[in-house]
Write a protein that binds this ligand. Sequence first.
Ligand SMILES: [Zn+2]
Length: 244
Amino acid sequence: MLLHNAPLFEIYFGSAKDELPRKLELTLNQPPEIPLLQLEPFSNLKKMMPLEQLLFVRQVHGTDGLVVTQENAEDAQPFAQDGDYLSTNVPGVGIGVLTADCLPIVFYDSRQGAASVIHAGWRGSVAGIACIALEQMQQEFDTKLENIKVFFGPSAKPCCYEVSQDFVQHLDPYPFAQDVLISQADKLFFDVPGFNRHILESIGVRKESFRFEYNLCTICDDTFCSYRREGQLAGSQMTVICLK
Ligand SMILES: [Zn+2]
């Protein structure tokens, strides 16, 4: 578990210690009957973050998302709609994603007091979900790129994330493809966080906006859940941001 505690926001990067068992995830494909913040492991989060509400979407490796504002916060339910990112400017509303090797990305806009959390596997990444979520923040919250901080959470990293030769075609549209594919001893590895850094830089996010200290490798660090390492039975960890 890693906690980034700043004066105006807090980010929780979970680990296998508070993993969501596969079974619980499956039962969460609709809004739970009791409030999420009364359910473990979410209830423990409330002790660490000023949460009044906690929202997730049903992740589908797509590029849609949920924007939570003062107008719709009261009606918003966890796991009530499909999507792969959430954004908000409402203090006390925790927004989160569940991952096991996919990359959790968090945006924080210090000027407008707004945040997003993104589930970026390779599919969402190549479909440009990071840029789509950021453009949404620009539209909804008047976010300016120079005020953005980008936090990458624990994910599969190029030390371990092997891909097939066929995978390369997915990166064809991107001029930086060769920088995020690493060849080693006849094997090919994909750099998901590197890809997302490049694609965000290509729309104008500054180099100094990126924070990599929480981007540990979920495959070789067994304190995290990993689909690659544990297979179908793998649970997942949560990444949650809450504005204060
Ligand atoms: Zn690794």
